[in-house]
Design a protein around this ligand. Sequence first.
Ligand code: SF4
Ligand code: SF4
Length: 60
Amino acid sequence: MVEVKVDIEKCTGCGTCVDTCPVEVFEVKDEKSVVINNDECLVCRACEVQCPENAIEVIE
Ligand code: SF4
Ligand code: SF4
């Protein structure tokens, strides 16, 4: 099981996570990233590394 979490206090809606994730886990809605496909997550952690605000946590 994996849980992808976005801290919406930190998220600026930049869209980097949408562009980075290979399996389209994220979508930006109203300038915040929303996790729409949690179960598709491959735990590659690219989103955690690339998010400029350090707003994403991938929890196994
Ligand atoms: S990369 Fe980070 S700051 Fe940018 S939209 Fe995704 S969660 Fe928000
Ligand atoms: S860890 Fe990888 S597969 Fe999972 S949400 Fe982040 S970029 Fe997507």
